[in-house]
Structure formats: C-alpha cells, structure tokens
Design a protein around this ligand. Structure first.
Ligand SMILES: *[C@@H]1O[C@H](CO)[C@@H](O)[C@H](O)[C@H]1NC(C)=O
Ligand SMILES: *[C@@H]1O[C@H](CO)[C@@H](O)[C@H](O)[C@H]1NC(C)=O
Ligand SMILES: *[C@@H]1O[C@H](CO)[C@@H](O)[C@H](O)[C@H]1NC(C)=O
Length: 278
C-alpha cells in the first residue's frame, strides 16, 4: 500500500518533471517566436488604430504616420522601405517613431480623413502632441525617408556660428531663410522659432547672431530676416517679426520671377509653392 503510494507519487513526479520540461520547451519556442518578431523589420513600425491613435499622437513630440490600405500597390511598394527606414530611425537620437494606420477599417478612416484627402499612401508628421501636422514631402526610397526624417527630427532652425557653417547651410541652390539677431529680443526669437516650426518642411531655416558670417548682404543693427534665394536679386531683408508679416514676406519673396517648372528636384520647392498658393 505504502509502496504503491510511493510508486504513484514517483510516477506523479515524473509526470510533473515531464510537464515542466514540456512547458519549458514551449516557453523556449515561444521566446524564439518572440525574438523573430522583434527582429523582423515590421516590428519597428508601430501599428495604430482608432482606439489608440489620438492618445499615442498626443504623447509624442514627433511621430510619423503612414495612412495606408493593404490592397494599394504603392503602399505595398513602400512597405519594406518604410520598415527599413524605421529600423534605422529607431536607434536615431532623438528617436524617430514611424507608425502606420490601416484606413480600410471604417473607424480608422474617419480619423484619417482629418489629415488626408488625397488617397493612400499618405504620410504625415505629427509634432508637439499633434498640434502641428505636416505632410511628408521626401522620397519613397529608404535612404530618402531616413534623410528627410533625420533632418526634420532636428531643430527647425540651425545656428550659424562660423563661415564654414554658413557655406554648408547656404549653398546658393536653395531658398534659405535666415534670422539675424545682433541683439537678443525674446519675443522676436519666439516668433522666429514659431515661423521656423511652421515652414520647416518647405524651407531651410537658419539663424545667427552675427550677420558678418552670412555670404551676402550687409550688416544689420536690429533683428532681421534675410531670405537667400538662387535667383533674381539673390537676397532680401525684412525686419517685421509679426508672424503673418513674416509669412507673407517669405511667400512673396520666394516666388521666382522666372520659375522653371521642370523635373529638377531643386525646383520642387517653387513648384510646391505654386501648387499651394491660393
Ligand atoms: C493600438 O491598438 C491596436 C489594436 O488594439 C494594437 O494592435 C496596436 O499594437 C496598438 N498600438 C500601439 C502602438 O500600442
Ligand atoms: C477627427 O475625426 C474624428 C471623427 O472620426 C473626430 O472625433 C475628431 O475630433 C477629429 N479630430 C480632429 C483633430 O479634427
Ligand atoms: C510676434 O507675433 C505676434 C503674432 O503675430 C505679434 O502680435 C507680435 O507683435 C510679434 N512680436 C514682435 C516683437 O514682432
């Protein structure tokens, strides 16, 4: 009786041991599965839907969202490139989060309609908890996505501290908006910063304390804005720091008298300007 019980107990413990082994094996294989998922590129792109979209956007300084539809050919072409870019940008400092939302789900589509009117794929850059939303205007190739988003994850305006900085940032091929601050005015700097945040997708923006470092134009004695352009008179100065006045100045001054609307990517900003003019 006692022996039998002992055997029973023994076989029970063998069974327990087996169970532990099986469970451990299962756990190991589950862990491997998990590893595979984490290592696959897909995992770097966050999946958003109507249940968490607003909450996640509101908690991030910058998050990039691709609105897509699984059936769309351009979305399928973009997918591996977007994922690869996400895997690189995931270790970028500051971290750049790439996300996606399937707009074939009606509740998701209702949210997406707030931002996209012209089909899928459509990429938007949400900043400051979603307070600013910009259209992504880079290429759809991995390297282009990385370069564009790296630039846009940095400061909206880059400081020029030397002639070398100036030569690198103002290359005579693009429009560059420069804030010049020979004296520090907090309000003007704040307005310039707001302008830079607003226009960063369309223009290269810089600032400096010393106008002597700039390639063209003379000294200024009060805070000013100098717009460098690759055409016409090559630069223009302005010193009204009201937001709307600055926007008008840049909008009007940056339209070339002779615009070359061809395929040259350097001209794309002029083309965009025309397309988005009322
Ligand atoms: C958002 O919610 C969906 C559905 O529950 C989920 O699959 C997804 O992982 C969530 N995204 C994030 C980033 O938490
Ligand atoms: C976006 O659309 C939803 C309806 O789906 C609405 O509840 C929400 O307020 C809208 N958000 C913005 C920022 O327009
Ligand atoms: C800053 O911008 C606001 C809004 O346009 C304007 O009211 C204010 O006068 C500007 N400040 C300066 C110093 O120009």
């Amino acid at each position: 009786m006692v022996r039998k019980l002992g055997v029973k107990a023994n076989s029970g413990s063998i069974f327990t041991t087996l169970l532990v082994v099986v469970v451990t094996l299962l756990a190991v294989s589950a862990e491997n599965e998990g590893d595979k998922i984490v290592q696959s590129k897909e995992e770097f792109v966050w999946t958003l839907d109507h249940t968490n979209f607003s909450d996640i956007i509101s908690h991030h300084k910058m998050i990039v969202v691709e609105f897509y539809a699984p059936w769309c050919g351009y979305c399928q072409q973009l997918k591996p490139k977007y994922e690869q870019a996400a895997s690189v940008l995931n270790s970028h400092d500051p971290l750049v989060i790439l996300a996606k939302m399937d707009t074939t789900i009606p509740e998701n589509a209702a949210l997406a309609r707030n931002y996209t009117l012209n089909g899928v794929p459509n990429i938007r850059i949400f900043r400051n908890g979603g307070k600013t939303v910009h259209e992504y205007k880079g290429t759809r190739e991995t390297e282009g996505i990385i370069a564009y988003l790296t630039k846009h994850a940095g400061p909206a305006s880059l400081e020029i501290k030397s002639k070398e900085d100036a030569a690198n940032l103002i290359d005579g091929k693009k429009i560059v908006v420069a804030g010049i601050f020979p004296e520090l005015s907090l309000e003007k700097i704040q307005n310039f910063t707001a302008l830079a945040e607003d226009l960063r997708v369309d223009y290269d923006i810089v600032h400096t304390l010393d106008a002597k470092l700039l390639p063209r134009g003379g000294l200024v004695h009060k805070p000013s804005i100098r717009l460098f352009k690759p055409f016409d008179e090559l630069y223009a100065d302005f010193d009204d720091f009201q937001l709307e006045a600055m926007q008008n100045f840049i909008g009007e001054t940056s339209v070339p008298i002779m615009a070359f609307l061809d395929d040259n990517p350097e001209n794309q900003q002029f083309v965009n300007h025309f397309l988005h003019s009322p």
